[in-house]
Design a protein around this ligand. Structure first.
Ligand SMILES: *Cc1c(COP(=O)(O)O)cnc(C)c1O
Length: 371
């Protein structure tokens, strides 16, 4: 579904030069390229600190560890966002508590946050899913009232904003992935945590490298080996200036699909608040006869996908991990009615900057014929 070589080809000379620079430098991990990228990304997001790490999944786990969250603690999240937050919460030994989603936005139902809080709740992870910004003022208000920390999972929302403020600039900590297919992607794995608090930033710098301070002296519990490579940071420095153009290209693809759907019966899409500037990471739509539409599209040569088919609380691996931690039951089947219903009807059309206008037009025609 992704045609990354078409995108990277436009930057071939600069990517080659970046790779050559790193090879000549002798630095492989956590060197000048990582520092320069961290500064550039913090400036772009609008936070004081950026800590480069090995992946978006590690960013989530390190954010929880930086807040000292572990066994006995509860963390609020959603069950429809690919499982990354749940994986991280379980990895630190805490309990994921799922808040149902809003049927229209498919994002966390902010009105349900208060009812999910218990004395053990320490934090909430809010995912800007599909490139759609959550209503951060409302999320922050609910979490402040509950006295819990907030982590943004902005791995699908590089460059998205709410009322002009970037995804990743709102919460106590914000996590990014630079997996190749993200809106800003490296040519391998990478991630980052952004934050305003210098003490949290210092903890994260220690935790990404075994908890060391200084070298070989383990000062903090919960340290990991999770470092960003120089070569990935150098590639990210090449691609970062093109982020707005990538996002504009994605939005243009999404606008064509939206125009097509507007003419189809029942083709309505979520209404988005005017404050939200989304970045079309994925183009997700819903239909009660999803499988038939997907099959008809496939017959016309169009591959689609489902983001995501199994909600987290029904994933056997998560249930087994929770059992091992003595955390069962997680939310039982039927307890997240909107999340569960939505998983049965969403699917995703190709949406990335490597698509040309002809391909998008062909997909629109096929969609209208398959509906
Ligand atoms: C991709 C993704 C992650 C995980 O990032 P990796 O770099 O693949 O570990 C986390 N959260 C969301 C919402 C994602 O889309």
């Amino acid at each position: 579904m992704n045609c990354l070589s078409a995108v990277h080809g436009r930057f071939q000379a600069d990517l080659n030069a970046a790779a050559a620079r790193v090879i000549a430098s002798g630095w492989s991990i956590l060197g000048p390229e990582v520092e320069a990228f961290e500064q550039a990304w913090a400036a772009r997001v609008g936070t004081a600190h950026c800590i480069g790490v090995a992946s978006g999944s590690d960013a989530l786990q390190l954010a929880l560890r930086a807040l000292d969250i572990g066994p006995g603690d509860e963390v609020l999240t959603v069950a429809n966002a690919g499982g990354y937050s749940t994986q991280a919460i379980l990895a630190v030994g805490a309990r994921p508590v799922f808040v149902d989603i809003d049927a229209d936005s498919l994002l966390m139902n902010v009105g349900a946050i208060g009812g999910a809080v218990t004395p053990r709740t320490r934090a909430l992870i809010v995912t800007h899913l599909y490139g759609r910004m959550a209503s951060m003022p409302a999320v922050l208000e609910a979490c402040r009232a509950a006295g819990i920390a907030v982590i943004e999972d902005a791995a699908q929302a590089h460059g998205a904003s709410w009322a002009g403020r970037q995804a990743g600039a709102w919460a106590d900590l914000a996590c990014f992935s630079f997996y190749p297919t993200k809106n800003l992607g490296a040519l391998g794995d990478g991630g980052a945590v952004c934050c305003a608090d210098p003490a949290l930033a210092a903890r994260l710098r220690q935790l990404r490298q075994y908890g060391w301070q200084p070298k070989y002296q383990v000062q903090l519990p919960g340290g990991m080996n999770s470092r960003l490579d120089e070569i990935q940071a150098a590639f990210l420095r090449v691609l970062l200036p093109a982020l707005d153009a990538f996002n504009a290209a994605r939005r243009q693809v999404a606008a064509c699909y939206e125009a097509t759907l507007a003419l189809l019966p029942g083709g309505g899409l979520p209404s988005r608040p005017p404050e939200a500037q989304d970045v079309a990471h994925l183009f997700v739509l819903g239909h009660p006869h999803r499988d038939a539409i997907r099959a008809a599209l496939l017959a016309r040569g169009i591959q689609t996908d489902i983001h995501y088919p199994v909600p987290d609380h029904l994933q056997p691996g998560f249930i087994a991990r929770a059992r091992g931690l003595g955390l069962l039951p997680l939310s039982p089947a039927g307890s997240l009615p909107v999340t569960e219903a939505v998983a049965g009807r969403v699917f995703s059309l190709p949406c990335h900057p490597g698509l040309d206008a002809g391909q998008v037009e062909r997909i629109c025609t096929a969609l209208a014929e398959s509906w």
